[in-house]
Each structure stands twice: as structure tokens, then as C-alpha cells.
Design a protein around this ligand. Structure first.
Ligand SMILES: [Zn+2]
Length: 318
């Protein structure tokens, strides 16, 4: 029965192809998506059932379109996403993903065969991996910088996509910082050394959430110092414009971000965070954005200058 069902779907898809639905590949050939003049090549494994391939393509288009909300365009001229099934039973719809930075950036997602589009849209992993592409980082040390960026943006992108409310987004960020704070194995050791030894020794949450603190702090300061005229999206967009194709180390990016944005912010913060012995306190930044935390629950103030700046973080600006 199943093979017949499969053949029926395939035939339906073929007749759809005859009436020119160009973006639907049923034969395993890559699908080319275009936004502006930029291209995304999508390769979905033929090991998925045709109906599943269709919903995976919908999901990829959804998260790729959300990424547009940072720069108004994809970070590179052309890039690739591949989706492969995993048979292992997992409570996570995306148990594993990998980003390859090269001439052409490629994100590889491993997906459980039963994941629904809705589950995939709610999984932070998709947004996290794509957010890595916002900077020209190629894995030369200081992983905290790249992981922090992805950890900060994963929830912002979900909020901008309408998957999380603003309240839920700050709750997720708060809980992320809590996970980082409870990762105390390397308390007292500076972040740079924990980060450089993370794959052998652990300390992932300390590394990821110290990095997320860096980008939250930078974003909040840019917005506060300019009374809402500047923000992290714009600051990173300038780096993307000049240097998307130039592999850069994290300190080189911090230097360039200061230079391009005419601020002295990214480098001193870089020094502060890479030498920090534990996650810097996030409560003062939350308070400056009109966020209080009571009994583990975030509360968003609706009035005041902090609240106004905070609301702009989740606004779709493009
Ligand atoms: Zn990551």
C-alpha cells in the first residue's frame, strides 16, 4: 500500500511539474531558490517520502526567508542547504546539524523522518545554524563569538518570524543564560581558554551563553547610545557588505566592526568577555531594556525608554 501511495504522490507531482512548478524537485535534483539576485541550492535526500520532502522544502524556505530579516538579503551570493534523514529516535526534530564555511557556505541538517513542519519551525536549531552565516567566521578559535551570535539570534529570528512572542523570546534568552550560569565546571577559568578546549573538555553552555551575552550587550549599547537609530543588525550588515567573502578571525571581526561603525564597543567588549571568568551579569542589561525577572519568569515593561528600544529588537525591519 505504501509504495502505491508513494507512486501516486509522485505522479501528482509530475503532473504539477508539467504545469510548471519549477521549485518542486521530486527526482532528488537540487532545488534552486532565489531571493533578490541571491541563490540558495537546496538538496533534500530522496530517502524521505515525497510528502515529507515537500514539507521539508516548505520549512527550509520559511527559515531562509526569516534570515532575510537581518540584512534584507542572504549573507552570501550563493549558498546551500542539505537535509538528510536520521533514523535514531530523538525527542528533537533536528538532532544534529553542521555548518560548513567555504567558497560556498553549506548548512547540513539531519532530521528525524517523522518531524512535522510545525515542529521544525519551532526548533531553534534551524535559526541557530543559519545565524552562523551572518558573519564571515571560519572556525579559527574563539568559537564563543560565533556560537554566541547564533545563540542570540536564534530566538530573535523566531520572534521576528512570529514563532515566539516577544515575551517568550526574552524568557528563552533568560533560560539560556541560566543554563550558562549553571555550567560551572570551568568557573574561574577565562572564557577564551574554556572556548578553545570546549570540544575536548565540555563547558558548552558557558561558552555559548557568554557569547550570547556579548551580542546582547553590544546590541543594547548600540541602541541606547544612538537612542534607537543604530543596532546590531546594521552593524553586522556593514561587516557583511565589506567582508562576507573574507575569512576573518573573531578579533579581526571585532576590530572591523568598530572601524566600520565608528564606535569603540566591539573590541573592549571582546576583551572583557574573552577574559571573563564566568558569564557577566545579564540582569543590568535586561533592566535597561525594561525587563524584570521574578521567580524565574520575565516580565516586560510596556512603557519607558528601555521598553521602546527593546520592542525594536523583535520588529521586522525589512
Ligand atoms: Zn552553533
Amino acid at each position: 500500500m505504501l509504495p502505491r501511495l508513494g507512486r501516486y504522490i509522485q505522479l501528482t507531482a509530475m503532473s504539477l511539474l508539467l504545469v510548471a512548478v519549477p521549485s518542486r524537485a521530486e527526482d532528488g535534483a537540487p532545488v534552486l531558490l532565489e531571493r533578490g539576485k541571491r541563490q540558495l541550492e537546496l538538496q533534500i535526500s530522496t530517502q524521505f517520502e515525497p510528502a515529507m520532502r515537500h514539507s521539508l522544502q516548505q520549512w527550509v524556505e520559511f527559515i531562509a526567508d526569516v534570515l532575510l530579516q537581518v540584512y534584507g538579503h542572504w549573507p552570501r551570493q550563493s549558498w546551500q542547504i542539505s537535509v538528510t534523514p536520521v533514523s535514531a529516535s530523538s525527542s528533537e526534530p533536528i538532532p544534529w546539524a553542521q555548518v560548513y564555511r567555504n567558497e560556498v557556505d553549506r548548512v547540513e541538517f539531519f532530521i528525524t523522518t517523522t518531524a512535522t513542519t510545525q515542529e521544525l519551525k519551532r526548533a531553534w536549531t534551524g535559526y541557530h545554524e543559519l545565524a552562523h552565516l551572518l558573519i564571515p567566521y571560519q572556525g579559527w578559535g574563539d568559537a564563543w563569538f560565533s556560537e554566541g551570535l547564533a545563540s542570540y539570534y536564534q530566538y530573535i529570528l523566531q520572534a521576528r518570524a512570529g514563532i515566539l512572542t516577544e515575551q517568550e523570546m526574552w524568557q528563552e534568552l533568560y533560560e539560556g543564560y541560566q543554563r550558562g550560569l549553571s555550567d560551572t565546571a570551568f568557573e574561574g577559568r577565562d572564557l577564551r581558554s574554556v572556548s578553545d578546549n570546549m570540544r575536548q573538555e565540555g563547558g558548552f553552555m558557558r561558552v555559548y551563553w557568554s557569547g550570547a551575552w556579548y551580542f546582547l550587550a553590544a546590541d543594547a549599547r548600540l541602541r541606547q547610545q544612538s537612542r534607537g537609530r543604530h543596532n546590531l543588525d546594521q552593524a553586522l550588515a556593514k561587516l557583511n557588505l565589506c567582508c562576507a567573502n573574507d575569512p576573518m578571525s573573531a578579533p579581526a571581526m571585532a576590530r572591523k566592526l568598530d572601524e566600520l561603525n565608528r564606535v569603540l564597543l566591539f573590541q573592549p567588549l571582546f576583551e572583557q568577555v574573552s577574559t571573563s571568568l564566568s558569564i557577566p551579569p545579564f540582569e543590568p542589561i535586561f533592566a535597561s531594556l525594561g525587563i524584570t525577572v521574578t521567580g524565574g519568569k520575565v516580565r516586560l515593561q510596556s512603557e519607558g525608554p528601555g521598553a521602546m528600544l527593546r520592542r525594536q529588537i523583535v520588529l521586522k525591519t525589512r
